[in-house]
Design a protein around this ligand. Structure first.
Ligand code: MG
Length: 400
């Protein structure tokens, strides 16, 4: 069984523009574009409805939207066929989808609006099941409001009986060969006025059955729809919060000062290392890199490279902060614990916090610095060196 999916994303969506100047299918909802949400939801529902089926996902886009499409689906795990450009009408755009799927020979096809990101698995399952018995099947809702007919001056001139009337939704499912033939036939005689695929199918004499849709599966049409969808997604999903940890040790060597968290502290020894051996900044750097899964300090600044000999460690931490920013992240907080018997850290705590806050370009309230002895135990207790551990929290745009 091969199921094709055509997502129609070629519209200009002027009605729904929130001033973003983006067509509505590319507008982010709680950080994730509408199209990506719709594609994710539909493919997940298809996999649930027909786990054994081969899914062929074809998106139809506006010829001007190539860059927006690439940005919207960047890094998506779901495999999609290369997008195809739609035509001047909805009907022409939809037809481009099945035409592109033809070489892949799907048995059935689901045609879905990009602007319906709330599609539910149950609806997809009902449509797929109904295709066993029918050429086509669409989700629909009974009307609950009374229907009025008005004349040109806005006065009611009739009440329309609503018996037998339904509101059509998507995805609309069809046997592939049947809907392709129907669309081609409509195009051949210049019929371009149909507003959904079921109408093309009906015109061509296919049997199309109704299955239950849902109010949840609404089409985002107006700015109010987008605002409501934004609130809905923002309220039901978790923010993408990452944490990382870092740990480092440097041994003492003869000398008269140590660098700790960017502060030069007079001491009876120094810390040995390739750089300035600022064990605290090294732990913090690894914590930030860990939060974005970008290796560690040794990967980016190999000790084998002479140019980092004696380097001031703020270089490493500032580089990690730049990597976080390039990843799209914001640093929420960092926390540092220095483990040593001496020197005493407390008198330098606020100077350290100030230095770190400046390197990371964050408020000092987001920087914690603590210290502890190890009660005379272990290598730090024997005053052989200093250890530091750190954690960092990074917030990414979007949601999990
Ligand atoms: Mg180190």
């Amino acid at each position: 069984m091969r199921i094709g999916t055509v997502i129609v994303a070629a519209g200009r969506g002027a009605r729904a523009s929130r001033g973003d100047r983006l067509p509505k299918q590319y507008v982010p909802l709680a950080g994730i574009p509408v199209l990506r949400r719709t594609l994710d939801a539909l493919t997940a529902a298809m996999n649930a409805a027909s786990p054994a089926a081969v899914a062929l996902v074809q998106v139809v886009i506006h010829p001007d939207d190539g860059a927006a499409y690439d940005a919207a689906l960047a890094g998506l795990a779901t495999r999609t066929l290369p997008p195809v450009a739609g035509g001047p009408t909805r009907q022409a755009s939809v037809l481009a989808g099945p035409e592109a799927l033809t070489p892949h020979a799907p048995d059935t096809v689901l045609i879905h609006d990009a602007a319906r990101p709330f599609i539910e698995p149950d609806i997809v399952a009902r449509v797929v099941r109904a295709l066993d018995q029918n050429d086509g099947a669409i989700p629909a809702l009974a009307l609950s409001d009374t229907l009025k007919h008005a004349n040109a001056s806005g006065h009611i001139d009739g009440t329309v009986p609503r018996d037998g009337l339904w509101r059509a939704q998507t995805p609309q499912g069809f046997r592939f060969a049947a809907i392709l033939a129907a669309h081609r036939a409509a195009a051949a005689v210049g019929r371009i006025d149909f507003t959904d695929d079921a109408a093309v199918a009906e015109w061509h004499g296919l049997t199309v059955s109704l299955v239950a849709g849902s109010e949840q599966n609404r089409k985002l049409t107006t700015p109010e729809d987008l605002d409501m969808a934004e609130r809905s997604f923002a309220g039901t999903e978790f923010p993408d919060v990452r944490t990382g940890t870092g740990f480092d040790v440097h041994r003492f060597a003869p000398g008269d000062h140590v660098w700790l968290a960017g502060v030069r502290i007079p001491h009876t020894e120094t810390l040995d290392g390739h750089s300035d051996a600022d064990v605290a900044l090294h732990a913090l750097t690894d914590a930030l890199l860990g939060a974005i899964g970008d290796g560690d300090i040794g990967k980016h600044f190999p000790p084998s490279e002479m140019r980092w000999k004696g380097a001031a460690s703020h270089i490493f931490l500032e580089d990690a902060a730049r990597r976080v920013a390039a990843f799209g992240g914001r640093i929420s907080n960092v926390d540092l614990t220095i483990l040593c018997e001496a020197p005493r850290i407390g008198p330098h705590r606020d100077e350290m916090r100030t230095a770190i806050a400046r390197m990371l370009r964050i408020d000092i309230a987001r920087v914690g610095v603590k210290a502890t002895t190890t009660e005379g135990l272990g290598f730090t207790g024997r005053r052989e060196g200093i250890a530091a551990m750190a954690s960092a929290t990074v917030i990414l745009p979007g949601t999990l």
